[in-house]
Design a protein around this ligand. Sequence first.
Ligand code: SF4
Length: 694
Amino acid sequence: MTSSINVSPTDERVIPTNCTLCVNSCGINVHVKEGKIIKVKGMPEHPLSKGALCPRGAAILDWEYAPERLKYPMKKVNGEWKRITWDEALDVIASKLREIKERQGARAVAVQVGSIGGEDRESTCFAQRFSDVYGTPNFLDPGICYTDIIRGRMLTFGRLPFEEPEGSKCIVLWGHNPEVSDPPKARRIREAIKGGAKLVVIDPKRIPFARQADVHIRPRPGTDLALALAMLNVIIDEGIYDDQFIDRWAIGFDELKAHVKQYTPEWAEEVTWVSSGDIRRIALMYAESESACIIQSTCGLGQQASGLQTARALSLLQAVTGNVYLPGTWIRIPMPHWTNHRIEIEERPIGVEDYPLYEELWGRRFRAGQGISLPDAVLEGKPYPVKAVILIAGNFVVTQPESQRFRKTFKKLDFFVVVDVFMTETAKLAHIVLPAATSLEKTGLGYTYAVTQGIPYVSLRPRVAEPPEECWSEFKFWTELAKRMGYEEYFPWKTEEDFVDFELSDMGLSAKKLRELPHGGLFFATTKHGDEAYKDGFPTPSGKIELYSETLKSYGYDPLPTYREPTESPVSTPELAKDYPLILISGTRERNFTHSEMRNIARLRNKTPQPLAEVHPDTARMYGVADGEMTAVETKKGSITIKIRATEDIAPGVVSIPHGWAQANVNMLTDTKLRDPITGIAQVKAILCRLRKA
Ligand code: SF4
């Protein structure tokens, strides 16, 4: 394989690329000398990150050159790892895949890509392509985030509109802590505040932005939908909706008006712990602003009992106030038109029986199964047994809910292959582990700006270093495996760059064109606001914004968001609440880590050496535990021992624990069976728990 750059052996070169240590893909300038990366700096000209790097990005070289990287293919023999060659590994994998296909059919093999598939598009593309050619419908998403937002907004607007903080007069930061999880978004919000935006923070936790908010309210975890419905009640009752916009562009307003009558602020006060006065106050502040923009977290609201319906309710708030496609609201994002790499397969993936909208909407197929269904298939044979998994860079026994069940799932497989940069807790369970190249060692595209930030920008991510020892890119792994399986014709690309050219060809772009640009990227479209954005309507079945969704109704779901208690709560399960009276928010993000990654990087780990369970001092006192004390946190699923941080930053009665830690793994407390009924996303943001002195 040829390198995508021409590194002179002695001269220092600066190569523009992007960081893929989280989905933001911030621009970086990589300084290379004598084939080694000597320095990485933020790229000031990058339209999203503007030169900034978070602590993870600043530590990218520690990650790249970490001594504990996997370097050779390995096979487990009698419980011990044995180094093998790539040829041996590929022969074993090809032979197993053939055998399973013959005996159980191709669908008995599932292929998955961890969160890296979000930021590393090519990783996902090759895995999907191979799945299609092999004939399995079971390319599975992790299935834990974001689908609630995508599908909830699509059902309402026909496409995914996205938040534009710039120029907004009112920002509602809802269950989202961007200072920690999304630093580029935090910068955009700070600039909007400087420009005069009011700020409402809705979060049980006093996040950094709460200190500069005009209003901070702390709803009971899991009741955000009740709050949104009460805001709709106030806005409609007070007549401060945009009737002209609704008349012109929406259907179902009369049904919505009748529906939200029941959700008064007084009702919501009982449900959410937020006073009716505060609910009225934020509803008025939001609806009466010249422009307003709700910024919802990627996971926080989706990992609840009514995640998709909450995303719908927030969409309805934007729609009835006319905050759609105007500057400082939710804008219409031009999406990149990738050349299609998929091959049609009629059969649907596992999970589709329970979550049909996960896979298809209005004939548009998304071609990925809900990964939460994997344990059902492997452990219970539902809807049929899955016998083998190929997993690219996912640490699911730590990051997926109910780790015990995912661990059992992977242990039960007849064949399990993991491709990763490090030996993760999940990789330890594999039969074969393969050493992956990092994103700095392979060529691809930075593209997520449109999908997660509403910025229609694409950039080249060229290979800037050679993979060490026997590390391979996914391109090389899948291409070589395809050869062994007789699928060469479906993998015609000779280099990673050939594939990038293929991805870009429908947009009239190429890797060469991007490389010739001063910073390796360009805006592939311009964002349109107002009439220009409205002019071809909304691509829903009615051509309008669907406040009332006939589509949801046709699937047997509520056509208008209807409040439902979390499956576990003091209200829905009072008996359980007697034993477990506190509410656990799991999966809090930490600034130094992305999910389970980066904990092996000393300078980051020194800043956050261990996980902490945050509880209000009153809650700690009630349980007789002190700040800094190791304490058991228990749910009906399990128990972990973790250090307590007593802080008034968290609402009384709530326990907040970060995810991604193999020690004190919060997913030992969560439950794969508690799910959003529409998306299947697990309810990990509001489950009952208790503290016990360890
Ligand atoms: S936010 Fe940090 S980790 Fe994420 S892409 Fe930017 S620099 Fe990298």
